[in-house]
Design a protein around this ligand. Structure first.
Ligand code: ARG
Length: 479
């Protein structure tokens, strides 16, 4: 029964068998295992290790298995431990003893390492498309509200007004880096371990370059001991997933605040919020909260995988089997989170008026006024003091900077000990000029640098993002 059973007399203890089996998890890589087996059979034929007839029978059997896996009709036998032994046994049932030639020059150690890299390649493609779709949703929301202003905060306190589009594009930057990290991890995973055997390398003249090419890898791995025990690509991919989740979690956190009626910046679509079983008034941002919560799990999976690896001597150790639950869950969680956040963002209802009203609260244009004073030849430190006085004045009058009378601006300049400020106070029209500078639109327009929130700059960034995303989404959907 057991494919490795030759030297064993007694049965496995059921507790041991249940404890070590992995087929409930690793059936996820069944199609990749079949792809690897097909390439291996071709390699065995090239090396003259199987006849043309046997090759044909093996390939036909594997083809049959693939169809059954795809149709979901192959039943997994828990007694057969893992996906590899299940598939080999299923092959033997279908084509007979010739199936016993498949495992020539191969171990489950190079086999599973190959399968996992193949799985990662196709999963990374799906993640990349999901990241792009999330960018698309953010850019779409920005395009619908190109002039909406938001109170930018630092230390969670009102700082400077920013465009909502600028804020959303910040997340697009993060997601672009996430795409880069996944691509980078995939590029290092792009080597074929097949032919490494259990530890020392296959005992047959297998053409590892040809097999690697067959599987679409850039080439074979260089060291059989490393190849059978390396899971760096798993760590790198979970790390990329964890960081992408952290980005989504930050956005999720903002959405929960923005949708609080006290802020009232956005309303969640009914389709992306939930109610309370007790409080009839509630409309809760549960999907955002769960994205934030599940980020903790993915971070844990990164720590768990690093911890599994840290004590392992060369080469394969069974501990490595623990890589799969973490990897599969991390990528599935990220993919689902990207899907739900893209839907939530795309359906957000933005209240531009509430946002704009809040954008000016807390004298957020003070820096813009100081900058306007500096542009008239006053040292920045002096301007900072002058505007500090204006802010105090506005607080006393319980009003905003741009609602102060022109005379208040002139008075604040004139009261400063710096002669540059008192000279500027005498300039005709300076009060009105600074009051205009204290408006939200003037403040936004003043941050006119590459990467700044000036509407012209944001429009350029938004158009560039739109052009890139459309182009990349088109090729992602083609491919
Ligand atoms: N289920 C195993 C894993 O995921 C497959 C490799 C098992 N190799 C072995 N020599 N028992 O790591």
């Amino acid at each position: 029964m057991r494919l490795w059973g030759g030297r064993f007399a007694g049965e496995s203890d059921e507790r041991m068998a249940a404890f070590t089996r992995s087929v409930d998890v690793d059936s996820e890589i069944a199609l990749d295992d079949i792809d690897g087996s097909v390439a291996h059979v071709r390699g065995l034929r090239r090396a003259g290790l199987v006849s043309a007839d046997d090759e044909a029978r093996l390939l036909a059997g594997l083809q049959e298995l693939r169809a059954e896996v795809e149709a979901g009709t192959l039943t997994w036998d828990p007694a057969l431990e893992d996906v590899h032994l299940n598939l080999e046994a299923a092959l033997a049932e279908r084509i007979g003893p010739v199936a016993g030639r498949l495992h020539t020059g191969r171990s489950r150690n190079d086999q599973v390492a190959t399968d996992l890299r193949l799985w990662l390649r196709r999963s990374t493609r799906a993640i990349d498309t999901a990241l792009l779709a999330m960018e698309d949703a953010l850019v779409g929301l920005a395009e619908r509200h190109p002039r909406a202003a938001l109170p930018g905060t630092t230390h969670i306190q009102p700082a400077q007004p920013v465009l909502l589009a600028h804020h959303l594009l910040a997340y697009v930057e993060m997601l672009e880096r996430d795409r880069g990290r996944f691509a980078d991890a995939a590029s290092r995973a792009d080597r074929s371990p097949l032919g490494s055997g259990a530890i020392a390398g296959a005992g047959y003249p297998l053409d590892r370059d040809a097999t690697a090419q067959d599987l679409g890898f850039a080439g074979p791995t260089a060291n059989s001991m490393d190849a059978t025990s390396d899971r760096d690509f798993v760590v790198e991919s979970i790390a990329a997933a964890a960081l992408a989740m952290v980005h989504l979690s930050r956005l999720a956190e903002e959405v929960t605040w923005w949708s609080n009626p006290r802020f009232g910046f956005v309303r969640l679509a009914d389709a992306f919020s939930t109610g309370s079983s007790m409080m009839p008034n509630k409309k809760n941002p549960d999907p955002a909260e769960l994205v934030r919560g599940r980020t903790g799990r993915v971070i844990g999976e990164l720590a768990a995988t690093l911890t599994v690896l840290k004590g392992l001597p060369l080469a394969y150790q069974r501990d490595l089997q623990e890589d799969k639950p973490a990897l599969f869950d991390a990528l599935a969680t990220l993919r689902a989170s990207l899907g739900v956040m893209a839907g939530l963002v795309a359906s957000l209802d933005v209240d531009e008026q509430r946002m704009r009203a809040a954008a000016g609260e807390g004298h957020t244009t003070a820096t813009a006024v100081a900058d306007a004073i500096v542009r008239r030849g006053v040292p920045f430190r002096t301007a900072h003091h002058v505007v500090g006085r204006l802010v105090a004045e506005a607080e006393r009058r319980a009003t905003s900077l741009d609602a102060l009378p022109d005379a208040a601006f002139v008075g604040a300049l004139g009261a400063d000990p710096d002669p540059a400020a008192t000279a500027l106070a005498l300039e005709p029209g300076i009060g009105a000029e600074l009051r205009v500078a204290a408006g939200i639109d003037a403040a936004l327009a003043s941050c006119d640098v590459v990467g700044g929130t000036a509407p012209g700059r944001v429009a350029i960034a938004l158009a560039a993002a739109r052009e890139r995303i459309d182009r990349e989404l088109a090729t992602a959907l083609d491919g």
